[in-house]
Ligand binder design. Structure first.
Ligand code: NAD
Length: 479
């Protein structure tokens, strides 16, 4: 379904994120017929260039990152015809009048994408207002990181609130744009099967893993100031946790869903120092270790973190959530695993072993859902039990069209235009998440609190394995 005509200004339109994600996502929505011929995209950044040069830049970005067989060859040129560029300084006067002239006073949806560092959010917000560029149908989209602690997040929220209403602010967490993540809500609240069991009476524990096989690479400068806790845990994993643990919202709308997510964050108990492990990857013969990659021998920034979280409410009391994320792990694999309790009594005797139902929501690779069920091992060998997966890989179950799952940015940018904030973080949610994360990070400042080294290609530090072993549980294999 095409969205209404819109003007989208991409501040930072020459940056890495615009090149790799935003521009290719817009092109794919154009090819899909969702971004109509009347929509306009205006890149705005410091680099001196004209429309033609910017279109060349966009063409290059799409050729490199936007390959899509669904697009006819002439669609790229038509799409480029809807793209323009303004040289602009977020912190000065240059370019703002030109941008205003470009936008004109057409009565259309107007979105400003802040694809720049958070240090420029306040400048952009103020100038949009002083130049009279905003109206009631204006939205602003802001990228992560949204602050580096509670104080900075509050200050960013306050800066934006001076110029925009909360209903106009779209804080991106691209994990929420992932198809499987939205499916988590469909599975929980669209079926009768799971919700009655979705509580501490039936669920032993929940594991959330976001594992990457690559290292920090060229992002070393940024990453070393952030670390796994700020880069992944406070935002992406927290969002996955919220969607897994929240109460059923009364309806699928931005207020109801975000209210329930906020309640989960507020119910999180403090994390005991012994319940959190952080690590730093070591190098191999051919790959540099973390310290070498960021070029600072004394860095204590974590490239891995694992922790045990507890949610203090009726539904989850007694069911721990084990969360982990890291770089240079065995594989690039992300999943949420809901591990159910053992059957209360085994009629098959001790030889049958321990069998548990595990519902796995796979974010990558191969987005899909897998339900582990226990059955009889085929054959005449008596009543021996075996666990088999009831597997539903979306692309297989739903046919070839579903294999072409849109990128998270495609979905989220179109939601901005449609004015649907359900999959965006609200200001109070972000602040509550920092409030929970800050004490964990602050504890690491104490002398002697060093990250544990772990081998490249492993599952993380031994201490992280011990975090579960001592509870009589174990992490699922990263594969
Ligand atoms: P980048 O450094 O590649 O690009 C920054 C852009 O901002 C450039 O277009 C530059 O011209 C523009 N800019 C800088 N100062 C300006 C000024 N004074 N006036 C006008 N324009 C100015 O950065 P990026 O990697 O594209 O990241 C942009 C934002 O997105 C950051 O907040 C980043 O944390 C976030 N982000 C990036 C990624 C990614 O994969 N690159 C992923 C998630 C979030």
């Amino acid at each position: 379904i095409p969205v209404q005509p819109f003007d989208l200004v991409v501040f930072g339109g020459t940056g890495d994120l615009a090149r790799r994600k935003i521009l290719p996502a817009l092109f794919r929505r154009y090819c899909a017929g969702q971004m109509g011929d009347a929509a306009r995209v205006i890149g705005a950044a410091r680099a001196e260039m004209d429309d033609t040069a910017y279109r060349d830049f966009v063409r290059g970005a799409i050729t490199e990152f936007g390959a899509d067989t669904a697009c006819a060859p002439d669609q790229l040129e038509a799409f480029l015809g809807q793209i323009g560029y303004v040289t602009l300084d977020a912190q000065g006067a240059q370019g703002w009048d030109a941008l205003k002239a470009r936008l004109g006073d057409a009565d259309r949806i107007r979105a400003f994408y802040f694809s720049v560092g958070p240090g420029l959010f306040a400048d952009l917000a103020a100038r949009i207002e002083t130049h009279g560029l905003a109206g009631p149908d204006t939205r602003v989209v802001v990228e992560k990181p949204f602050g580096r602690d509670l104080a900075s997040a509050r200050s960013l929220n306050a800066d934006l609130a001076k110029h925009f209403d909360e209903t106009q602010i779209y804080r991106i967490d691209h994990y929420l744009g992932k198809e499987t993540v939205q499916n988590l809500m469909a599975i929980r609240f669209g079926n009768m099967l799971f919700e009655p069991l979705w509580n501490s009476q039936y669920v032993d524990h929940i594991q959330i893993t976001v594992a990457e096989s690559g290292g920090v690479g060229s992002r070393g400068d940024y990453y070393d100031k952030a670390g796994a806790m700020r880069d992944m845990m406070q935002n992406h994993i927290m969002q996955l946790l919220c969607l897994t643990a929240m109460e059923p919202p009364a309806k699928y709308d931005p207020h109801a869903v975000r209210d329930e997510k906020l309640k989960v964050i507020r119910a999180l108990g403090p994390v005991e120092p012994g319940d959190v492990v952080r690590g730093q990857y070591e190098g191999t013969d051919s790959l540099p270790g973390y310290l070498e990659e960021v070029g600072d021998d004394s860095s204590r920034t974590e490239s891995f973190v694992a922790l045990k979280a507890r949610i203090g409410n009726w539904r989850w009391a007694g069911t721990p959530f084990y969360l982990r994320t890291g770089k240079r792990l065995r594989a690039r694999a992300s999943e949420i695993a809901v591990v159910f309790k053992d059957a209360p009594h085994s009629i098959f005797g001790a030889d049958a072993g321990r069998h548990r139902n595990i519902l796995t929501i796979r974010l990558q690779p191969n987005e899909g859902i897998e339900m582990g069920v226990t059955i009889k091992e085929p054959g005449p060998g008596g009543m021996r039990l075996v666990d088999v997966p009831l597997d539903m890989t979306f692309s297989e179950a739903l046919g070839p069209e579903a294999g072409d799952i849109p990128d998270a940015y495609e979905r989220l940018i179109m939601d901005v235009i449609r004015g649907d904030q359900t999959l965006f973080m609200r200001g109070d949610e972000v602040e509550a998440a920092w409030e929970w994360t800050d004490p964990i990070i602050e504890a690491w400042d104490a002398p002697g609190a060093e990250p544990c080294p772990y081998a490249t290609g492993s599952s993380g530090p031994d201490d992280a394995l011990a975090l579960m072993h001592r509870d009589g549980r174990r992490w699922r294999e990263i594969r």
